[in-house]
Write a protein that binds this ligand. Structure first.
Ligand code: SF4
Ligand code: SF4
Length: 204
């Protein structure tokens, strides 16, 4: 399920995401966690940059922090995993209409990128991941993930999606013996969405 609000963090300095990582270390031992969150929102002018109200900005940041915590907890197991898969969201394709030349296999279901646009995020991510030995699926929704994982013995899973989708995906995978790394979108909206390529490269 997508967020009930739209956001675009693509103009926020990268230092913001380092700050998120730092805070995620403190979560659980920091008594004034919510205050810290609100301080970060003010410091990086998140409301001005995104147009979000404070409570939506808090929800968004809390998800970023929760997901960063998942990455930290799972990292060692992930690094020891052998067969890995990257799951990309179809909404990050450069085009969502017939200008996207990807073929769609409904039986998986997944798109196969035809590399029509060099500046397409999905193209860049898929090309990089394949060189690193990952299988890659460009999925139209989170419900496809279980099907893909049940039919393929992956040990490591990297999932890119908006925070809400990623959280549901992580919950669904809890009973499966896979190591998960997640990359939340920095711009949602279900079309022309964005993730940070540098983050993806670091995670992979
Ligand atoms: S590069 Fe791939 S995913 Fe992007 S628009 Fe072209 S075919 Fe679609
Ligand atoms: S923003 Fe993308 S990942 Fe999130 S719900 Fe919409 S289509 Fe799915």
């Amino acid at each position: 399920m997508p967020y009930q609000f739209t956001f675009d963090l693509s103009t926020v300095p990268h230092f913001f995401f380092s700050e998120i990582a730092r805070i995620s270390y403190q979560k659980g031992m920091h008594k004034k966690f919510l205050n810290t969150l609100q301080d970060v929102i003010t410091k990086f002018r998140i409301q001005e940059a995104t147009g979000l109200n404070l409570s939506d900005a808090v929800v968004l940041l809390q998800d970023f922090i929760d997901l960063q915590a998942v990455n930290l907890i799972e990292r060692r197991k992930f690094l020891n995993s052998q067969k890995r898969v990257l799951l990309l969201p179809h909404c990050s394709r450069k085009y969502m209409d017939n200008r996207c030349k990807a073929s769609f296999d409904a039986s998986i279901p997944s798109y196969t990128c035809a590399h029509c646009s060099e500046d397409c995020l999905v193209n860049k991510a898929e090309s990089f991941a394949k060189k690193k030995g990952y299988d890659v699926y460009v999925v139209p929704g989170g419900s496809c993930i279980l099907k893909i994982l049940k039919e393929n013995p992956y040990e490591g899973v990297v999932g890119v999606a908006c925070g809400e989708e990623v959280k549901m995906g992580v919950a669904a995978l809890q009973n499966m013996d896979v190591a998960v790394q997640v990359i939340p979108l920095i711009k949602n909206g279900c079309a022309n969405t964005a993730f940070n390529m540098e983050t993806l490269v670091n995670v992979l």
